[in-house]
Design a protein around this ligand. Structure first.
Ligand SMILES: O=C(O)[C@H]1O[C@H](OP(=O)(O)OP(=O)(O)OC[C@H]2O[C@@H](n3ccc(=O)[nH]c3=O)[C@H](O)[C@@H]2O)[C@H](O)[C@@H](O)[C@@H]1O
Length: 432
C-alpha cells in the first residue's frame, strides 16, 4: 500500500506517480524540494530583473532631467540674455511661462513688438498637437523671442533663469487648460496649476529683485454662480470642475505669496478666449475642423433645453488686458524671500461682456466656412461645464483701460481665415 505521503507527492507537476520501491518518498520529496528551490530562484531572478529595470528607468528619467537638459551653458545664457534685452526706455524684461501656448504666443509677440525683453518657457506637452506649439515657437523665434524648453516645476531651471536675467515681470500663462479633460487626467491639473504655480512663486519670491507677477486665472472660478454678470466680488467657492478648483486654489496661493513675501500679484479671469493660433481642444476650433471634414459636431444643451452660452473673448482684447496689467502692476516690495511692505494684489475679469449661445457660435462658423454643420444636440453631461458665463469688466476698464472691441462675428472671421491658411485650404474660395 502506498503511504499517504506517497499518494500526496506528485513526481511531475499535475500528475501522481506512485512508486512502490524503497526510496520513493525520499526521491519524491527531493524532486519537490528541487522544484521549489528552482521556483524560488526564478522568482528571485525576476525580482532582481524588475528592480534593475526600474532603477535603469529612473536613471534614464533623471538623466533626461539633469544630464541631457536642453538648457544651460554659455551659449544658452547668451540667448536668454539677448532675448531679455529691453529696446525701449523704461521697458520691461518679462518671463512668459506657457509662451508657446495660445495666449502666451500673442502676449509675447505684443511685448516684443513694443520693445520689451521677453524670454519664454514652455514644456511642449502633448495635451494637444505639439506641432502647433512648435509652429508658434518658430513664429516667436523669427521675432527674436527665445523659448526655453522646460517645465515650471523645474526649480533649478527657474533659479537659473532668474540668475541670468533680473526679470521685472513674470507673465504666468503655463497651465493645464480645458474644463472637461480634468475628469480624464486630474493629476495633470494638480501638477501644472498647483505644484507648478507654487514652484514658480517660490522662484519669484526668492529673486532679487522680485518681479511683479501677472497670471491667468479663469472665468470658471465663478462655477455655480448665478448672479449675472459675474463681478470679481461674487462668490467663487463653488467650482464645477477640478480645473476651476485648481484655478481657485491658484488665487488663494498667489494671495499667500503676496501677503507673506510682498509679491505684486495680478490674477486675470479670462472668459473663453478664442482666435488665430488658438487651442484645438476648444469648441470653436474643433467645430471648425469637423465642419470642414464633414463630420458631426456635438452641441451640449443645458437644463430645460436652454442653450449654453459663453462670453467669448477675442485674443487681441485679452492681449491688451494682459499688457495693461503688466503696465499698471505695482512693484513687489520684498527681495530674496523677505517682505519689505505691502504689495498690490489684484483680480480682474477679462471678458467681452456679451454672451453668445453655442448654437449661434456654430451658425457664425457655418457662414464663414460656407459649409453646413452636422449638428448633434445632446443634454449637457455632468462633466464640469457651467451653463453660461458673462463678465462684468468695470474694474478692468477703470484700472487697466481694458475695452474689448471685437465681437464674435468679426473675431471668428479672423480665426477662420487663419485656420484655412494654416491648414493649407484654398482661402479665396472659402472665406467671405
Ligand atoms: O474661460 C474660461 O474660464 C475657460 O474657457 C474655456 O472653457 P469653455 O468655456 O468650456 O470653452 P470650450 O471648451 O470651447 O466650450 C465652449 C462651449 O461649447 C460647449 N461645447 C464644447 C465642446 C463640445 O463638443 N460641444 C459643446 O457644446 C461647452 O459646453 C461650452 O458651453 C477654456 O477651455 C478654459 O481653459 C478656460 O479657462
Amino acid at each position: 500500500m502506498p503511504s499517504l505521503q506517497e499518494e500526496l507527492l506528485p513526481s511531475t507537476p499535475g500528475k501522481f506517480k506512485i512508486d512502490h520501491r524503497g526510496h520513493a518518498v525520499n526521491r519524491q520529496f527531493h524532486r519537490c524540494f528541487a522544484s521549489t528551490s528552482t521556483l524560488f530562484l526564478w522568482a528571485l531572478f525576476l525580482v532582481a530583473l524588475t528592480a534593475s529595470y526600474l532603477s535603469f528607468q529612473s536613471f534614464i528619467d533623471s538623466g533626461n532631467r539633469y544630464f541631457t537638459a536642453s538648457w544651460g551653458g554659455i551659449q544658452w545664457e547668451k540667448r536668454v540674455r539677448d532675448s531679455a534685452q529691453v529696446h525701449r526706455p523704461d521697458g520691461f524684461s518679462v518671463l512668459v511661462t506657457g509662451a508657446a501656448g495660445f495666449v502666451g504666443t500673442h502676449v509675447s509677440l505684443a511685448l516684443k513688438k513694443r520693445g520689451d525683453g521677453v524670454v519664454g518657457i514652455d514644456n511642449f506637452n502633448t495635451y494637444y498637437d505639439p506641432s502647433l506649439k512648435k509652429a508658434r515657437k518658430s513664429l516667436l523665434q523669427g521675432r527674436g523671442v527665445f523659448i526655453v524648453e522646460g517645465d515650471v516645476n523645474d526649480a533649478r531651471l527657474l533659479a537659473k533663469l532668474f540668475d541670468v536675467v533680473a526679470f521685472t515681470h513674470v507673465m504666468h500663462l503655463a497651465a493645464q487648460a480645458g474644463v472637461r479633460y480634468a475628469m480624464e487626467n486630474p493629476q495633470s491639473y494638480v501638477h501644472s496649476n498647483v505644484a507648478g504655480l507654487v514652484t514658480l512663486l517660490e522662484a519669484c519670491k526668492s529673486a532679487n529683485p522680485q518681479p511683479a507677477v501677472v497670471w491667468a486665472s479663469s472665468s470658471s472660478v465663478y462655477g455655480l454662480n448665478e448672479k449675472s454678470p459675474f463681478s470679481e466680488a461674487d462668490r467663487t467657492d463653488r467650482p464645477a470642475s477640478l480645473y476651476a478648483a485648481t484655478k481657485k486654489a491658484g488665487e488663494a496661493i498667489t494671495h499667500t505669496y503676496n501677503h507673506i513675501y510682498g509679491l505684486s500679484v495680478t490674477g486675470l479671469r479670462f472668459f473663453t478666449v478664442y482666435g488665430p493660433w488658438g487651442r484645438p481642444d476648444m469648441a470653436y476650433f474643433s467645430f471648425t475642423r469637423n465642419i470642414l471634414q464633414g463630420k458631426p459636431i456635438t452641441i451640449y444643451r443645458g437644463k430645460n433645453q436652454v442653450d449654453l452660452a459663453r462670453d467669448f473673448t477675442y485674443i487681441d482684447d485679452i492681449v491688451k488686458g494682459c499688457v495693461g496689467s503688466l503696465d499698471t502692476a505695482g512693484k513687489s516690495t520684498g527681495s530674496g524671500g523677505k517682505k519689505a511692505g505691502p504689495a498690490p494684489y489684484r483680480v480682474f475679469n477679462l471678458g467681452n461682456t456679451s454672451p453668445v449661445t453655442v448654437p449661434t457660435l456654430v451658425s457664425i462658423l457655418e457662414r464663414h466656412l460656407k459649409v453646413k454643420a452636422k449638428r448633434n444636440v445632446v443634454d449637457m453631461p455632468g462633466n464640469g461645464d457651467v451653463p453660461f458665463t458673462h463678465a462684468n469688466i468695470s474694474s478692468a476698464r477703470r484700472e487697466l483701460g481694458y475695452k474689448p472691441t471685437t465681437d464674435l462675428q468679426t473675431g471668428l472671421k479672423k480665426f477662420v481665415k487663419w485656420y484655412l491658411s494654416y491648414h493649407g485650404y484654398n482661402r479665396g474660395n472659402n472665406v467671405n
